[in-house]
Design a protein around this ligand. Structure first.
Ligand SMILES: Cc1cc2nc3c(=O)[nH]c(=O)nc-3n(C[C@H](O)[C@H](O)[C@H](O)COP(=O)(O)OP(=O)(O)OC[C@H]3O[C@@H](n4cnc5c(N)ncnc54)[C@H](O)[C@@H]3O)c2cc1C
Length: 137
């Protein structure tokens, strides 16, 4: 992206053209929206649950496609939500504690992954001769 010298739409289409099998598959496709670019697509919500709902997976957070955290976080948060709902329904006296635990667990996962990604990419490993030491520090 940093080498781009043309408009975003043109850059997007010319990048697709670099891969003939992809270009062939998309030959009859039309852009549904204007092409957009972003430098950071990570997000987390400021809450994890509310009255009659739980946020799980991407509904709560998305960190990074390269490090493949999405499916793991989605599955673990869904399992934790199911356990919490079960606790709330069957042992309502424990609901407050169960919801607090759910909240803590959901916030913990993305933070751990963000830290891991930060440590791996800052400074970029390609330029970092001490990458293994940094990794296991
Ligand atoms: C291009 C790309 C590559 C990725 N690669 C990886 C990877 O290699 N490894 C990895 O771990 N993660 C990867 N991810 C991330 C991963 O796909 C997501 O983090 C994960 O699928 C999140 O699961 P989810 O169940 O929260 O959401 P989703 O998988 O998005 O599921 C939500 C479901 O809800 C449905 N839905 C939406 N609105 C409604 C509605 N109103 N009523 C009923 N249903 C509705 C949607 O159709 C969808 O089926 C990638 C993501 C992208 C975009």
């Amino acid at each position: 992206m940093s080498t781009r010298k043309v408009a975003l739409r043109e850059f997007f289409l010319s990048t697709i053209a670099l891969c003939p099998p992809l270009a062939e598959r998309l030959a009859d496709a039309e852009l549904g929206t204007e092409v957009e670019a972003t430098g950071n697509y990570s997000y987390t919500c400021d809450h994890t649950h509310g009255s009659n709902y739980f946020l799980v997976g991407d509904a709560y957070a998305f960190i990074d496609p390269v490090f493949s955290s999405g499916v793991m976080l989605a599955m673990t948060s869904a399992a934790a939500a199911a356990e919490t709902i079960d606790e709330c329904l069957h042992r309502p006296q424990n609901a407050a504690r169960a919801l607090k635990r759910y909240d803590r667990l959901l916030r913990h996962g993305p933070k751990q992954f963000s830290w891991f990604i930060y440590r791996v990419t800052n400074p970029p490993c390609a330029n970092c001769s001490s990458a293994p030491a940094m990794f296991f520090a």
